[in-house]
Write a protein that binds this ligand. Structure first.
Ligand SMILES: C=C(C(=O)O)c1ccccc1
Length: 374
């Protein structure tokens, strides 16, 4: 059997294979509280070596889409406890993706209808998902943000620390800090978004300060072996842009190397799109060089790759050592038993895009598994 299906250690977490369920927003947790549907959805997919939950807001301010779950209320944490119990009972391992959306939000989703916060006061040309009074869902332009005051930033870091502690107390095997896809941390990292003049803006050292302060706080709270981070060097999601992604993200991974993290999760290319997406006039991003820089700086975390992987590409990535773990998104939506299908090289169900966001069990719990079609 190829390496992709072999067990391995990811920080403190022992996983039974290298196939990871990528974070997938599904907008099926009204009130930001995980419910029975969510429990069953994650339980169905527990044969993954590791499940990364959908992006989960660390605070009300960190929420940017309707009906996504949170990590900040007792009801939500009780709901997550049921999810982690179900996944563990099924032999799975699960980490939560901790999310602060920054400016990718809408005033109607913010505390007291306030402005979303970011590194900048410039609005993103981006959409967020709202649920209308009649229960229907729709995408809306994100609202104009306000730039965080310097004095507010320690409070944001504290919010991540508290959420990480709450996650472990809710039974998660670890946390993935969402540093990708144009959300808050990425809004600080990218020089095309961050226009600050304080110690969190300008130089790459300053722009990455928030990312490292968050990693530092989470590692100190729950341990490096249960802490991971996701980055997306070139994705344009959330109108993200950086003038020199190779240099910027080489600095990011060199800084991460000192923490002994469980894994580093890298989205290769445009999230959900072109694997060879380029920012502006920059050449193709060199992902091998990125990992080499990480390891040259002393980094030892497992290396997780994502975006557009199929069976052959994933097997090659694992066999060649280019990646330790491969995360699959849409294939896991439609195939709860993806691991078995990949291991036996059997056909995959096709995901139904119309039921990705919002709704009920349809397109969420009802994809057929092999045993059902046998
Ligand atoms: C959390 C997301 C991300 O990381 O891109 C997301 C949010 C809404 C729709 C799809 C994806």
């Amino acid at each position: 059997m190829t390496k992709l299906f072999e067990p391995t250690k990811v920080g403190d977490i022992t996983v039974k294979n290298r196939i990871v369920m990528a974070p997938l927003t599904r907008n099926r947790s009204p009130g930001a509280i995980p419910n029975d549907l969510n429990v069953e959805y994650y339980r169905q997919r527990a044969t993954a070596g590791l499940i990364i939950t959908e992006a989960t807001a660390i605070t009300h301010q960190g929420q940017g889409y309707a009906d996504v779950p949170g990590l900040y209320s007792k009801e939500a944490l009780d709901g997550w406890k049921r999810v982690t119990n179900a996944v563990h009972a099924a032999g799975g391992r699960i980490v939560v993706q901790m999310w602060h959306v920054g400016r990718i939000s809408h005033t109607t989703l913010q505390p007291d209808g306030g402005k979303p916060v970011s590194s900048t006061n410039r609005v993103a040309k981006a959409k967020t998902y709202l649920v209308n009074a009649d229960g229907s869902g729709s995408f809306a332009d994100t609202s104009e943000p306000r730039a965080l005051e310097t004095a507010e930033i320690p409070g944001i870091i504290e919010d991540y620390r508290k959420a990480a502690r709450a996650a472990i107390d809710a039974g998660f095997d670890g946390v993935e800090i969402h540093g990708a896809n144009g959300y808050l941390i990425d809004q600080f990292i990218r020089d095309g978004v961050n226009d600050r003049t304080d110690q969190y803006g300008g130089s790459v050292e300053n722009r990455t300060r928030l990312a490292f302060d968050v990693v530092d706080a989470v590692v100190k709270e729950i341990g490096a072996g249960r802490t991971a981070i996701r980055i997306s060097p070139v994705t344009p999601s959330g109108e993200s842009f950086d003038s020199n992604p190779q240099a910027t993200f080489t600095h990011v991974v060199e800084g991460l190397a000192r923490y002994g993290l469980a894994y580093v999760h890298v989205i290769e290319g445009q999230t959900g799109g072109d694997r060879d997406y380029r920012q502006g006039e920059n050449p193709s991003f060199d992902y091998r060089a990125l990992r080499q820089a990480y390891e040259k700086a002393g980094g030892k975390a497992s290396w997780m790759v994502n975006n557009g992987y199929d069976r052959a590409l994933a097997i090659d990535a694992a066999e060649s050592g280019r990646a330790d773990l491969v995360a699959f998104g849409k294939p896991f939506i439609a195939n709860p038993d993806l691991v078995e299908r990949l291991a036996k090289n059997l056909p995959l169900n096709t995901p139904d895009q119309s039921t990705f966001y919002g709704g009920t069990a349809k397109g969420y719990l009802d994809y057929p598994t092999l045993e059902k079609v046998a």
